[in-house]
Design a protein around this ligand. Structure first.
Ligand SMILES: Cc1cc2nc3c(=O)[nH]c(=O)nc-3n(C[C@H](O)[C@H](O)[C@H](O)COP(=O)(O)O)c2cc1C
Length: 169
């Protein structure tokens, strides 16, 4: 699929078919994640690919929406701030790096004809416990991956004039 078509096709999907996702698609999506850029190329990230129904059910306590657990696969993206590049003023770039890799994931999934939805509104303490994350590894975002079972309504965006300024603020 042409790149700009993928950008337009990607939407947050909140209803998934009970159809398994082909492993070769998951592999290509993870390769898209692997080659994502990161500050100083430090790659301070980890991705947990969840198929196990028991783990998915346990994640209900962290994020209760039914559509989240009904997808055949869930991916949890984690950051490792101690391995991330830190700017001189102390800003740690782990979250930025993970977000970039995660959007590679989401766009690659769209290119494969698969649906996703960024999920950030989970309880991180529960996610840490359910997934057994060690100290220093932070869950940043999760997404279901599967085949869409809905046609999402059109979504609005700010106009170009609202978000782009020329030369100075
Ligand atoms: C960082 C981030 C966190 C999000 N967290 C959630 C979430 O917890 N639950 C949810 O249903 N959607 C979540 N979304 C999806 C947004 O609601 C969605 O991207 C936005 O409404 C625009 O719609 P679209 O993705 O279909 O273009 C999140 C998106 C981003 C980028």
């Amino acid at each position: 699929m042409e790149f700009y078509e993928v950008l337009k096709k990607r939407r947050s999907i909140r209803k998934y078919k009970k159809v398994p996702v082909e492993q070769n698609k998951i592999d290509r999506i993870l390769e898209a994640v692997r080659i994502a850029p990161s500050a100083a190329n430090f790659q301070p990230w980890h991705f947990l690919v969840i198929h196990d129904e028991n783990v998915k059910l346990a994640l209900k306590e962290a994020y209760g929406r039914e559509w989240f657990h009904s997808a055949p696969v869930i991916i949890c993206a984690c950051g490792e701030p101690s391995k991330a590049w830190v700017r001189r003023d102390g800003k740690n770039y782990a979250d930025v790096d993970v977000a970039i890799a995660f959007e590679h994931l989401v766009l690659a999934a769209a290119a494969e004809g698969l649906a996703t939805c960024w999920v950030g509104a989970f309880d991180p303490t529960v996610v840490r416990r359910v997934l057994g994350l060690p100290d220093g590894i932070e869950p940043i975002a999760m997404t279901p991956i599967g085949y869409s079972d809905e046609a999402p309504r059109p979504v609005s965006r700010k106009s170009m004039a609202e978000i782009v300024r020329r030369d100075r603020w």
